[in-house]
Design a protein around this ligand. Structure first.
Ligand code: SF4
Length: 470
């Protein structure tokens, strides 16, 4: 019997990536740039991908299960041309992993057509869905994102902008939205800016993206982040921006910097690589251990390992290799193979670690399965001591804002003290970055959601006692 113990399941999983292009020239094509943008956002979701484009008020959409490169080929891309397009890559946190829940969601109706791509999770989706169903609306998916498109179309007779602001005043939770109408590309970010969204430009064309790395990928220039509570409407003649919420308090997900985002992205003015480097430096300052070598768990542990090395003077080395070709079809080892510490995902460079006291830097510990296996592999390869240092605080609480977290009791730091966890992982010592250290690694000014570390959420969550208000 195979059990679900992949290394991927030992990480919090990102929810989605969104990308949109609006070409001022109606003869230009926006679909190919969206395809390239989605490829560079693939790390944010690998379950399904979709692109919708509009041309002469006709909206076409193609979506499928799998990676962007699996869903789209030149023939399919040719069938959906248009000067404005939006795209989406999905990892399911709300609704099942199925084609019905793949995005963008599309609605064609008497007054026009609309496509919606959503990154985030609505905390009141069930209530809103019930109200809509009672009022006669039908749903084709189990995704919370379909609630958004249903609300917009229901109120469309008031005009698009009015129906959008009415919708986003009604929904709660996290959302970075990229919306395509017959004649506009629209971006919106929730009042706390929990999920990232930024604006770029390429010649006369406008771009909206979850991360700035996608703007770079299509040869665009970063313009600015969309502000929490801001809507931006891009028409051929003009770009209009307005705030739909008086009460905004920035609370961008701190885990974007720890693990989710690509290191070459800049989110809300803070570059991700720099934040990881600083986290490692602060970790070195907070909890140095005598050692001969510091190594990072690839990929996101490596910048922090470099930072730790710089802060402590411990030499940095590449002690662990990660196979990039173990994909979604990976069949996890059975109990017998696991006990032999078989790992197809990671392997240790024996000559680098043999006889050494090793510091192993990881970005986070969720279930602890990867750390336990790596400690075992390092010891088998002859490491004298293994000290784990984690460049984020212990993950003790679930996320309600679009990140897939295991149940509370499966979060190993929820049920174990640091000493108990250290013993369970088989390490010689274990230390985590403090919450203050994490904030210092960002910009020291706050404005981040730290809910999965502290249990204090920026938006009240049904059934959860703690909220730091909005
Ligand atoms: S609870 Fe954690 S993962 Fe979720 S948005 Fe907040 S910081 Fe990010």
């Amino acid at each position: 019997m195979y059990t679900d113990m992949t290394d991927e399941n030992d990480k919090l999983q990102e929810a989605c990536g969104v990308f949109g292009v609006f070409c001022n020239d109606p003869n230009k094509d926006a679909v190919l740039p969206v395809y390239y943008g989605l490829l560079s956002l693939q790390h944010r979701g690998q379950e399904s991908a979709g692109i919708a484009a509009v041309k002469n008020k006709a909206l076409e959409c193609r979506k499928g299960m799998g990676l962007v490169g699996e869903v789209f080929n030149p023939e399919i891309l040719n069938r959906i041309q248009g000067p404005a397009a939006v795209g989406h890559v999905r990892y399911s946190t709300s609704g099942t992993s199925s084609i019905e829940n793949a995005q963008p969601f599309v609605s064609r109706f008497k007054l026009g057509s609309i496509a919606v791509a959503h990154n985030g999770t609505l905390t009141n989706a069930d209530v809103v869905r019930e109200l809509l169903e009672d009022a006669g609306s039908g749903f084709v998916s189990s995704s919370d994102s379909e609630v958004i498109i249903n609300l917009i179309t229901k109120n469309y007779k008031k005009g698009f902008e009015r129906s959008l602001t009415d919708t986003i005043k009604f929904i709660k939770g996290s959302y970075a939205l990229v919306i395509l109408t017959d004649d506009a590309l629209v971006g919106a970010r929730d009042p706390n800016g929990l999920r990232p969204l930024c604006l770029g430009k390429r010649d006369e064309d406008w771009l909206l993206a979850s991360e700035s790395c996608a703007i770079d990928a299509v040869g665009g220039a970063f313009v600015r982040d969309i502000e929490p509570g801001e809507v931006i409407v891009i028409h051929r003649e003009q770009v209009v921006s307005f705030s739909f919420s008086e009460k905004t308090r920035r609370a961008l997900c701190a885990f974007e910097y720890v693990y989710f985002a690509r290191p070459d992205s800049i989110l809300d003015g803070v570059d991700v690589y720099g934040a990881r480097l600083r986290a490692g430096q602060i970790l070195g300052r907070e909890s140095a251990a005598a050692a001969d070598l510091v190594i990072g768990v690839p990929d996101s542990g490596c910048p922090a390992a470099i930072g730790y090395s710089r802060a402590t003077g411990t030499p940095f080395g590449l002690g662990i290799v990660k196979s990039k070709y173990v994909g979604r079809t990976f069949i996890a080892p059975n109990q017998d193979l696991r006990e032999k510490a078989v790992s197809v995902k990671h392997n240790v460079i024996r000559s680098e670690v043999q006889g050494k006291r090793v510091i192993l830097i990881d970005d986070s510990i969720v279930r602890g399965t990867t750390s336990r296996r790596l400690v075992s592999l390092l010891r088998q390869a002859g490491a004298g001591e293994v000290h784990i240092r984690v460049c984020s605080p212990p993950v003790r609480f679930p996320c309600f804002f679009g990140i897939d977290t295991p149940h509370r009791k499966e979060l190993i730091s929820n049920t174990n003290s640091v000493n108990e966890l250290c013993a369970s992982l088989g390490a010689d010592s274990l230390a985590f970055l403090s919450v203050e250290g994490l904030l210092e690694s960002l910009d020291g000014e706050g404005g981040y959601c730290l809910g999965c570390f502290t249990g204090e959420y920026p938006v009240s969550v049904p059934g959860e006692a703690n909220s730091i208000g909005s």
